[in-house]
Design a protein around this ligand. Structure first.
Ligand SMILES: Cc1cc2nc3c(=O)[nH]c(=O)nc-3n(C[C@H](O)[C@H](O)[C@H](O)COP(=O)(O)O)c2cc1C
Length: 313
């Protein structure tokens, strides 16, 4: 491995409803060095919401899992940071980029980029009350690119790991990610920057790794139904050939994912797993019939049998 790549971590991006313990473990297995929970409501935590607390569970077999929290009130975020610290995450990540209307309206997530004074207060509150390192995941701006200012504010709070999704909040997921913000990377030599947005292939990852050595790579949608992407990028970094995933590995992975879902959620895991199966089967020949079947079935044995008979070639 070339020495300039040895510090490149591959990170599974936080994704609501997706980066739960089962999926994080599957991605760990295929080479994700770091993973992050979905965003957890700070208010939900201080109000004792069972749903929010369930999201904090990190399995002993996971490695380097961070917990992401969101909120707009520094006092609430401070208390949430204390609660989250007790769950021993590798770090607490602050969401300063979520574009969901409800979240922005409350001044949380991407809404923090509309009020940089409050962004500063929220970040400071978490940094002062967390017992683990704090990171921040953000976007390049609310409606336009003022990433320079955002990075400076985050830096002033003492945070030394910053993930940036190269879109504005207003863009949501439209258009394409813009990496112009990377021109600010060299301003600091003690910050680890994380590149995020539209990295969906080893080639795209390698282009960025070569262009911005020493940064980390964060992958969200590119890992859906494709946890193998981490292993493929690792191979690309090592200059090894990248082969298609064999049927056996593909099938065993789905089965393992099912087992983890059932273990973690009970029978409800079968329903939650449906979207993952849809992604695992995406673009495959004759997959419609099998998807229709799986989306209706509540019988694990039956589902595995049908998948086992599927010829995806
Ligand atoms: C379904 C879904 C849920 C997401 N949930 C979160 C979240 O909880 N916290 C967060 O910071 N970003 C969230 N994101 C944004 C991703 O972390 C990531 O920044 C974005 O998808 C761009 O990366 P990608 O092009 O690799 O997917 C979510 C994205 C998707 C598609």
């Amino acid at each position: 491995m070339l020495s300039q790549f040895k510090n490149t971590n591959l990170i599974l991006a936080p994704m609501a409803g997706i980066t739960d313990m089962p999926f994080r473990r599957i991605c760990n297995k295929f080479g994700a060095d770091i993973t992050v929970t979905e965003m957890v409501s700070a208010r939900g935590l201080i109000e004792g919401s069972e749903k929010s607390f369930k999201l904090l569970h990190i399995d002993k077999d996971e490695k380097n899992t961070g917990i992401q929290i969101f909120g707009n009130d520094p006092l609430v975020m401070a208390r949430a940071a204390k609660i989250v610290s007790r769950f021993n995450p590798a770090f607490i990540d602050i969401n300063a980029g979520c574009p969901a209307k409800k979240v922005i309206k409350s001044g949380s997530g991407g809404g923090l980029l509309n009020d940089l004074d409050n962004l500063k207060r929220v970040l400071n509150a978490v940094v002062e009350n967390s017992e683990v390192p704090v990171t921040c995941k953000t976007r390049i701006g609310f409606a336009d690119d003022y990433s320079d200012e955002i990075i400076d504010i985050i830096y002033e709070t003492g945070i030394r790991k910053i993930a940036i999704h190269g879109r504005t909040v207003k863009m949501g997921f439209k258009g394409s990610a813009n990496y112009d913000w990377c021109k600010h990377i060299n301003k600091f030599n003690d910050v680890k920057f994380v590149l995020n947005g539209d990295i969906d292939s080893p080639r795209r990852a390698m282009d960025l790794i070569l262009q911005y050595p020493g940064t980390d790579i964060m992958i969200g949608r590119g890992a859906l139904g494709n946890p193998f992407i981490f292993e493929k990028i690792k191979k690309a970094i090592l200059g090894e050939p990248i082969n298609d995933i064999s049927y056996k590995i593909w099938f065993d992975t789905i089965r393992e994912h099912y087992n983890l879902m059932l273990e973690y959620y009970g029978d409800y895991g079968l329903i939650l797993m449906r979207k993952h199966v849809g992604w695992y089967l995406k673009g495959m020949r004759n997959s419609k019939k099998i998807k229709d079947f799986i989306f209706r079935s509540n019988n694990y044995k039956e589902i595995i049998e049908v998948l086992g008979e599927y010829d995806r070639t």
